[in-house]
Ligand binder design. Structure first.
Ligand SMILES: Cc1ncc(C[n+]2csc(CCOP(=O)(O)OP(=O)(O)O)c2C)c(N)n1
Length: 953
């Protein structure tokens, strides 16, 4: 007999007498109109089907009429009790003991028997197993069921999983909670070592407080249990042979995490409080390094790595990502780290993925988790094939406050964690004063992640013993809360007292443990050979970054390119490409034949194919990137008959590395952070992110500002990732014209990145191949590329086969198709991107000879090719003026950036002039005709000899 039937039979078997008649009647009604019966009965009939006796030939209800009425069988009471049980499971958290301080007094009637009209006697009359199928032996009746379930759901740990839709997961969670597994008594030994750990954490923070009076450290105090929780993650990861733990967290408690989890040496931490220069301090065992760039960062932003070696030869590496002040933006970065750690890229096609290779752990603030949108963007990755990482463990370091802002001012939800519900993430709320419960919560989180490969969230509820930082006075803004905190014993004290009561430790144990910690730290501190008199050392960027990028060879033999193109043009047998697309793609068949040219789409495909052919994996993502926003790419084909997909990059003969192309979710900050993180952790892979239109990238400004442009200088993190930002004035209005080039140029310094705007498919080919070639090297740096829109279909940017098979990227490029008369040149017209193609067009369509005009394209704006331009200028003996031309308004584009460089190169009798749109508040006009007229005016001015004076000899 199936288990369900058995359960239902047992269930119906408990009804006697008149109740059977009532039930039967109700069941008939339910069959006719389910809404006509009490909801509790609907639930019952849905679950157990028809009452057993109605199935047999003889209706026992009639024969049983004379049986005595038992209160046990009062169906109303029973269903009410069942509703109460369900309410405890769903709402028990509302009256759980999860607040060490600051409980706002909120509770709920939903878990009160009175609400259901149930007395103790009513409940005692119901057999336990009617209410709770798997009730422990010791639980005898309904009343005890309620008591026991309240202990499970409303103690110092509580659960929310009603929003999880999967039956399997719900059953697992329910079983985990109700089997008592989670609250199984910890051994005395475990409790003792937990106390020892709590004493170390508290002792460390107190030592810093006493020794470095008034210095910021964003102490963990009030949430000390976070450390044993992380210990649990590390130990479980080692047991499960997880290779990487990738952590992201903000300032709160970071020094404690660095010291206790990442093994950052105490003396290193102390020396940073002295503001003394970096010393050659030896990392503690396994701690393999603390990153640093040449301008550095404040101590509570640095990350670290630590290798934990196991006896059996396996090892787990713990990485804490460097973190900027901007809260929560590290989340997608750490997720990108994890995905990079899980992907196997040395195989054809998409990369293989092993969730067990990397486990991400994110620690959030309670105010920022609910407040910062990037959190939602990150949570949204969890089920997406290109981004999922088999589950992240989230901890909210919930201290009830955000700076000086109270919870009710900071969010509209009941819990800080409520955002996670929409993503069906199970949530545990746990009282930070109960380290046993905290560790148990983490054990559950870990097991769930390993079983279902999905996210899990722990809301660690504690408080903040000091102000936002240790110099802040919180009593000015939260006097009541801090009155309570001031009178509240530390978590270690609360725990020690409990263990004393349980007879696990003696009185004074905690004091001894803390004395040990204190004397250990004092010894380390006193033995530090600090040299406070040492001059502050101003460091500079590595030599490699100052070298020219010229040394990378990027040409590819024509034969190789032809072979790759042939493979790109083939399809698996029987694959039907959509008719219209087939025609478009077939144009690429002959692009490498003599006399032909490869347009942007063909050149781009050859670029990626040749990089893969060099053994370098590629990950290319963005909104609608598989097809390309402007329908030029088509690197994922859809069989017109079966809908199956095929990526031509996966069919390249002899290529054994992955090409991971993905349409991204609609996000910029989240996805860019993810790709950046991926590129840092997978330095030998070329990571490319594409914005749909260039200026949508400004929704990811924090990632550009805090990570991509500055991470190397602050932290030493290297990335060679590419960002493709469509840019160009084509009459599409304010948000579809400019990629806000000026912002990237303003951030350009110390060779932090390359900013380019190229005008041929071969230039793109060499530039991107150069990015790939610098992978993992000291020269590595990101590339910001203004990518084309209308030029994608313009034959003027198509390149001949030799342009791919010879030469390299040219930062400064001659205007094609213009006869050059260096001797007669009076005006040097210089500009960047699409406007130069428009000018090429205008020159060709003009009757003018243009002997007086020299035109150069600045294809790499940063680093500015000063030497090449100097050389050019030397060859123009009669030059009168340099004219910068751009299609962007004067307060945008490159003008402000190039102005200084160009002015520096002028001789006394030369002038510098700007031609372009005037200063504007909005980047482009809305009306296409106006845009066209403006563009025409700029072009005419640029090539009109009378503009700017008479040049006649
Ligand atoms: C994006 C961003 N906005 C504002 C701040 C300024 N700030 C620093 S800490 C803080 C409060 C954070 O509260 P919470 O997330 O609860 O973390 P806690 O500091 O309380 O641990 C604020 C507003 C910031 N660092 N980052």
């Amino acid at each position: 007999m199936a288990q369900n039937e058995e359960t239902s039979e047992r269930f119906w078997g408990s009804f006697h007498g008149p109740n059977m008649g009532y039930i039967e009647e109700q069941y008939e009604l339910y069959k006719e109109d389910r809404d006509a019966v009490d909801p509790s009965l609907i639930e019952l009939f849905d679950k157990h089907g028809a009452p057993d006796w109605t199935k047999s030939a003889q209706s026992p209800s009639r024969t049983a009429v004379s049986e005595p009425v038992s209160p046990t069988t009062d169906i109303k009471k029973l269903t009410s009790a069942m509703r109460l049980v369900e309410a405890i499971r769903r709402f028990g958290h509302l009256e759980a003991d999860i607040y060490p301080v600051g409980h706002d007094g909120r509770s709920t009637d939903m878990v009160d028997p009175d609400t259901y009209g149930l007395s103790e006697e009513d409940l005692r009359n119901i057999p336990a197993n009617l209410l709770w199928e798997k009730a422990p032996e010791s639980v005898n009746d309904g009343f005890e069921v309620i008591q026991e379930l309240k202990k499970l759901y409303s103690g110092t740990i509580t659960f929310e999983y009603d929003h999880v839709n999967s039956d399997d997961e719900r059953a697992w969670l329910l079983n985990y909670i109700e089997s008592g597994k989670y609250h199984a008594a910890s051994s005395a030994e475990n409790k003792k070592s937990l106390l020892e750990r709590m004493a170390q954490v508290e002792g460390f923070e107190e030592f810093l407080q006493k020794t470095f009076v008034g210095q910021k450290r964003f102490s963990i105090e009030g949430l000390e249990s976070m450390i044993p929780m992380l210990d649990r993650v590390v130990n479980n990861s080692i047991d499960d042979k997880i290779e990487h733990i990738m952590m992201g967290m903000a300032h709160r408690g970071r020094l404690s995490v660095l010291a206790h989890v990442l093994g950052k040496p105490f003396d290193k931490i102390f020396s940073e409080f002295h503001h003394s220069p970096d010393k050659e301090l030896i990392p503690s065992e396994g701690s393999s390094g603390i990153n640093s760039g040449w301008t550095g960062d404040v101590k509570y932003h640095f990350g670290a790595t630590k290798d934990v070696q196991e006896g059996n030869g396996t090892s787990t590496r713990i990485t804490l990502a460097n973190n900027p002040s901007h809260l929560e933006f590290v989340n997608p970065v750490a997720e990108g780290f994890a995905r990079a750690g899980q992907d196997y890229r040395f195989q054809k096609g998409y990369p293989g993925q092993d969730f067990n290779k990397a486990l991400p752990v994110l620690i959030h603030g309670d105010a920022s988790f609910i407040g910062e949108g990037v959190v939602a963007e990150t949570l949204n990755f969890k089920g997406l094939a290109g981004y999922q990482i088999g589950g992240t463990l989230h901890i909210i370091a919930n201290n009830l406050l955000g700076y000086t802002t109270n919870q009710e001012e900071g969010r509209s939800t009941h819990y800080a964690s409520d955002l996670a519900k929409g993503f069906e993430i199970p949530i545990v709320h746990v009282n930070a004063d109960d380290p046993v419960a905290c560790v148990v919560a983490m054990k559950m989180a870990f097991e769930y992640r390993q079983k279902f490969h999905k996210d899990f969230l722990i809301d660690l509820v504690g408080y903040r013993r000091y102000g936002h930082n240790e110099m802040d006075e919180p009593r000015a803004t939260q006097p009541y809360l801090y009155h309570e905190i001031d009178n509240h014993p530390t978590a270690a004290n609360v725990f020690a007292e409990r263990l004393q009561k349980e007879g696990v430790v003696e009185e004074g144990e905690l004091k001894n443990l803390k004395n040990q910690t204190e004397s250990n730290l004092r010894e380390i501190y006193e033995n530090m050979k600090e040299d406070d008199s040492a001059e502050a050392e101003i460091k500079s960027m590595p030599q490699a970054l100052t070298n020219g990028l010229d040394r990378f060879e990027t040409a590819v033999p024509l034969e190789t390119l032809k072979r790759l193109n042939k493979d790109l043009q083939s399809r698996p047998e029987g694959f039907t490409v959509f008719r219209k697309l087939k025609r478009i793609l077939s144009r690429r068949d002959h692009v490498l034949e003599e006399g032909n040219k490869a347009d942007w789409g063909a050149g781009e495909a050859l670029t990626y194919a040749s990089i893969l052919n060099d053994g370098i994996p590629i990950r290319l993502t963005g909104q609608d990137t598989e097809r390309g926003t402007f329908a030029h790419r088509h690197l994922v084909l859809h069989d017109a008959e079966t809908g199956e997909t095929y990526c031509p990059m996966h069919g390249l003969e002899g290529v054994d590395v992955s090409f991971d192309i993905r349409n991204s979710p609609l996000s910029e900050a989240g996805v860019l952070g993810f790709e950046y993180g991926y590129s840092v952790q997978a330095p030998s892979t070329l990571v490319i992110w594409e914005a749909q239109f260039g200026d949508f990238a400004n929704a990811a400004q924090v990632i550009f500002d805090q990570f991509i442009s500055a991470a190397r200088a602050k932290w030493g993190d290297k990335s060679n990732m590419v960002m493709l930002l469509p840019h160009g004035y084509e009459g599409q209005g304010p948000e579809h014209s400019s990629a806000r080039l000026e912002r990237f140029l303003q951030l350009a310094a110390e060779n932090n990145w390359i900013v380019a705007n190229v005008t041929s498919s071969a230039q793109f080919f060499h530039l991107i191949r150069r990015q790939a070639a610098m992978r993992g090297k000291e020269e590595a740096r990101p590339l910001i590329l203004m990518s084309p829109k209308s030029l994608l279909r313009n034959q003027r940017v198509a390149s001949s086969p030799e342009e791919f098979s010879e030469g390299k990227f040219e930062p400064l490029r001659q205007q094609p198709n213009l006869k050059v008369s260096k001797k007669h040149a009076k005006r040097l017209l210089i500009g960047s991107g699409k406007i130069m193609v428009d000018i090429e067009d205008a020159i060709e369509n003009s009757n003018e000879k243009f002997e007086w005009l020299r035109v150069l394209r600045l294809e790499q704006i940063y680093p500015f090719p000063k030497k090449q331009l100097e050389k050019e200028l030397k060859e123009l003996p009669n030059l009168k003026e340099i004219v910068w031309v751009q299609e962007e308004p004067q307060n945008m584009g490159s003008w402000d950036f190039v102005d200084d460089y160009l002015r520096d190169l002028l001789t006394e009798d030369q002038t510098l002039r700007y031609i372009g749109r005037p200063h504007r508040a909005s980047p482009a006009v809305g009306e296409p005709n106006v845009d066209k007229a403006e563009q025409q005016q700029i072009i005419e001015q640029a090539i009109n000899p009378s503009e700017g004076g008479d040049f006649s000899e």
